[in-house]
Each structure stands twice: as C-alpha cells, then as structure tokens.
Design a protein around this ligand. Structure first.
Ligand code: FAD
Length: 277
C-alpha cells in the first residue's frame, strides 16, 4: 500500500501545468483530488514518475450560468456541486448525484474533472453527464477541443483524452424545474453504486436515462428512452433497462443480479420523475 517513488510538482497556472507535463512526458500525471489516482498508485496499478498538482488552480474552479448552460470548472469538487445554489436550482440531478459520492472526505477532495478523466463506469457523475448530454472542453498541445460526454468514454478506464490534455470545463444544459431522479443501490451507505440509474426530463419534454456500473462505460438506456417515446408505461419501459448492457460480475453482484437491479431502479426513477403514466 505504499506507492512507488515520484516527483511532486505544484502547478501555479494552467500554462505552468502544461509546461510541467510536457517536460516530464507521458509518465507524469495530473493530480486533482487524488481520490482515484493515489489509491491506484498505492496498489501499484499506476506508477507515474511525477505528479503535476492542479488542485489549487483557480482557473479550474469557475462556475458560470450563461446561455442556458452551466460551465463547470474541472477542478470543482463534489462538495462545490452539491452545495451550490446555482447547480441545485439549474441541474438538481447533478447536485443530488454529487451528494451521494463516497463520504464527506471524498466529496471535499474529489473533483468533477477527476471523475471524468478517470473513466470509471462505476462512478456516478459520468453517467449523469452522459444522460445530460454534457460537453467537455479539453486543452492540449494542439489547442482546445470539445468532446461530448457520450463520445468521451471509450472503454473501462479508457477515454478519448490524449495523454497531455487537461480537462478544463464541463458544460451541462440548465434544466430548472424539469423532473429528475437518481437511484443508487449500494450495500453500505457510503459504498460505490452496485448499480445506479439517472432519469432527466430534457428541455423538449423527453426523458434521458443514464446507467451507472452497467458496462465498461457509463451508458444511456436508449431502449427505455425509445419505449417512453412510443408511449410505454413505467413497467414496460423499465423492462428494457438492461437491453444492450454488459454489466460486470464481481464480489458485490453478478451480471444477472445487476441487470435485475437496473430494471427495478429504472422503474423507481421513472415513477419519481413522472416519466410515464
Ligand atoms: C473511499 C472512496 C469512496 C469513493 N466513492 C465513490 C462513489 O460512491 N462514487 C463515485 O463516483 N466515486 C467514488 N469515489 C471516487 C472519487 O469520486 C474520486 O475522487 C474521483 O473519481 C476522481 O476525482 P479526483 O479529483 O480525486 O481525481 P484524481 O484521483 O486526482 O485523478 C484521477 C485521474 O484523472 C486525471 N485528472 C484529474 N483531473 C484532471 C484534469 N482536469 N485534466 C486532466 N486529467 C485530470 C488524473 O491524472 C488521474 O488520471 C470514491 C473514492 C474513494 C477513495
């Protein structure tokens, strides 16, 4: 449980962070909250030679509400999201999901950027961002680019980000007053989700459904969404929740149990969000 040796480098600005990363190459990693990276290092699943600490950069801590969307700096912590009156009013699903992550200590350190860049399908916020059709702003040596959350997650712990790219900002549509629900099943109060289901009423009145821990990437339950659009009721729509999903089997639950759980949680979430009659 002791990581391999590494250099610790504190970035003073985004520009400085990029320069340090370029100087130390692919074996260097950005450090945000450290709540995914440091455990990986302790288990020797990662052994970066240098950590570039971006956790104190004010340039990554903005929270703006403009043009019908929220622009969330990648360095915002779960605690910032769950306690922000703007997030709670404009995207309550995101605030509510952030409030379920780990315990207070995890939420005080872990960042939205770290959750996205780590690319863990068992994490809560990535599935919310896929359901919300969020856009990610990345900055790398070739300049800035935008990627949709849907296109960003490629496989287990694998994303579309290049090794030198920094996630700057997450953009989500403001959806005040729209119905939503987040159902997270876990064995103990602060565990990760065995399965999670997010339902969000979109601006056009249709419903998006996101799944946590139901495959190698955060998923949209497209079959549920299509059934709802065709006028299906809660149970008929929820019965499609595991269509196309490839949930993992592990010590907490096997794939069949997770598939069943997805149906149960989707029915609850659809009912709570008033998504079907
Ligand atoms: C006890 C415990 C319980 C937890 N429970 C949950 C839970 O219930 N639900 C859940 O979703 N998560 C849970 N987590 C994970 C937690 O959410 C992590 O904090 C989060 O996944 C990673 O965020 P971080 O800021 O700590 O990132 P870090 O660990 O610092 O970094 C993670 C990865 O992202 C990269 N990175 C970070 N920021 C950037 C950036 N801006 N640009 C480029 N690369 C970047 C790093 O280089 C690293 O590869 C838990 C963690 C712990 C330790």
């Amino acid at each position: 449980m002791i990581p391999a040796g590494f250099d610790y480098l504190r970035a003073e600005s985004l520009e400085h962070a990029a320069a340090l990363k370029a100087e130390h190459g692919e074996d260097a990693k950005f450090l945000a909250g450290g709540h995914s990276l440091i455990p990986l290092m302790k288990f020797r699943l990662a052994a970066p030679t240098a950590l570039v600490d971006i956790s104190r950069l004010a340039e990554l801590r903005h929270l703006e509400h403009t043009d019908g969307q929220l622009r969330l700096g990648a360095g915002l912590r779960y605690r910032d999201l769950e306690s922000s009156p703007v997030v709670r009013e404009q995207v309550p699903l995101l605030a509510a999901a952030a409030a379920t992550v780990g315990d207070r200590q995890v939420r005080a350190r872990g960042t939205i950027g770290g959750a996205v860049m780590h690319g863990d399908p068992a994490a809560d916020v990535p599935a919310i961002l896929v359901a919300l059709e969020a856009t990610l702003l990345l900055r790398g040596p070739a300049g800035d680019r935008e990627v949709t959350a849907t296109d960003f997650f490629i496989d287990f712990w694998e994303t579309a980000a290049g090794p030198d790219e920094i996630l700057i900002e997450v953009r989500v549509p403001a959806l005040p007053g729209r119905a939503w629900s987040f159902q997270k099943f876990r064995q103990r109060s602060q565990d990760w989700a065995t399965v999670g289901v997010a339902v969000q009423e979109r601006g056009d009145g249709r419903h998006a459904v996101g799944l946590v821990n139901m495959g190698p990437v955060p998923l949209r339950a497209r079959a549920v969404e299509a059934a709802l659009a065709d006028g299906a009721g809660v149970d008929a729509a929820a019965a499609r929740a595991a269509d196309g999903a490839t949930p993992p089997s592990d010590l907490r639950a096997d794939a069949a149990y997770r598939s069943h759980l997805a149906l149960v949680l989707t029915a609850k979430a659809l009912s709570e969000a008033g998504a079907a009659r």
